[in-house]
Design a protein around this ligand. Structure first.
Ligand code: C2E
Ligand code: MG
Ligand code: MG
Length: 310
């Protein structure tokens, strides 16, 4: 709910509605079941956002979003096990806009599903190509709450995978903890359908949102991706180190694979707590890269060097 007050936020019905809508977008961005009063500083920000949103909507319609891939490797034997598809948008005026900026815009505008769909189709085409070339890796796809909540999400994904000869267990759907908010209206059902169809299901950015152990317990998650804040923090704080260590243990006891994300340097990598993780992802291993570089990278990657292993 967005709230605007007369006369402070506007003298006409039009102005009040505009202010209330601006506040509403802010409330929605903060999660489900929120309300927000209009604040004057939202006006300027809202105009900028609207321009960005229109440019983005146009780019999505024109099929201009591209996809990069970041490898996920085994911490145990150095194999490349997967790549994560990441959306990329380059606007002629705004330049390269990071997904942390444009995904929330698309969520506010209600068209993030179109982005997820476009990324998914490009990424599935790439995966099919790599498979034909003999590269058997998994593909991780990020899915926004709005995408996952659409009825038939898992069924459509099955059709798309089948059309390309991709078995469901080669795909992992990553959802953030925001899908747990307002759980009584459908998210867990659609998550259960994803698991039931045989896809992998990962909690992304674990530890930064609302995931309660209750969902970890009830839902068919196959993977926990520990938020990169913890990889960073672990080299500095004993508490963070302990969180990494115990999350890995928790995942393992529940039969889930644990990915430590955002591993940037060797200090982080070589921390004992992380040596025990199953999978690693981060700039130390590779930055996201265009699809036409993935195959060569995977073939060339020989695991972490002894030095990098710490
Ligand atoms: P994410 O799914 O957690 O993806 C990992 C992000 O961390 C990526 O940022 C990646 O480039 C970045 N990263 C990887 N390793 C490191 C590292 O060592 N250090 C640092 N500092 N960062 C690292 P990116 O590509 O900017 O994406 C940001 C977020 O945007 C993603 O976080 C994901 O939540 C969202 N996103 C990206 N593509 C899509 C998409 O197609 N659909 C949806 N719904 N969300 C997407
Ligand atoms: Mg992700
Ligand atoms: Mg993540």
């Amino acid at each position: 709910m967005g709230v605007a007050l007369y006369p402070a936020d506007g003298m006409s019905v039009d102005d009040l509605l505009r202010a209330a809508t601006t506040a509403l977008h802010r409330a929605k961005a903060a999660g489900r079941g929120r309300y927000q009063f209009y604040l004057p500083e939202m006006g300027e920000a809202a105009r900028g956002r609207l321009e960005g949103m229109n440019a983005l909507r146009r780019a999505v319609r024109a099929g201009e979003l591209t996809v990069f891939f970041q490898p996920v490797v085994s911490a145990v034997d150095g194999r490349v096990v997967a790549v994560e598809a990441l959306a990329r948008w380059s606007d002629p005026i705004l330049g390269d806009v990071p997904p942390d900026t444009f995904i929330p815009l698309a969520e506010m505008g209600g068209f993030v599903h179109d982005i997820d769909l476009s990324v998914r189709q490009q990424a599935l085409d790439w995966l099919a190509r790599w498979r034909r070339a003999g590269l058997d890796i998994r593909l991780h796809l990020n899915a926004s709450e709005q995408s996952v909540r659409r009825p038939g999400f898992a069924e459509r994904l099955l059709v798309e995978a089948r059309a390309r000869d991709i078995p469901p267990d080669r795909l992992v759907i990553e959802v953030t903890e925001s899908v747990f908010v307002g759980v009584d209206d459908g998210a867990p059902d659609s998550l259960a359908a994803i698991g039931g169809a045989g896809f992998g299901l990962a909690i992304d950015d674990y530890g930064t949102g609302y995931a309660s152990l209750n969902y970890v317990r009830r839902l068919p998650f196959t993977m926990i991706k520990l938020a990169r804040e913890f990889a960073t923090g672990a080299s500095r704080s004993e508490r963070d180190r302990e969180i990494v260590r115990s999350t890995i243990a928790l995942g393992r006891h529940l039969g889930m694979v644990v990915v430590v994300e955002g591993v940037e340097d060797q200090a982080e990598r070589s921390l004992l707590g992380m040596l025990d993780a199953d999978l690693l992802q981060g700039f130390l291993i590779a930055r996201p890269m265009p699809g036409d570089e993935v195959e060569a990278w995977c073939r060339a990657y020989g695991g972490l060097t002894t030095e990098e292993r710490g």
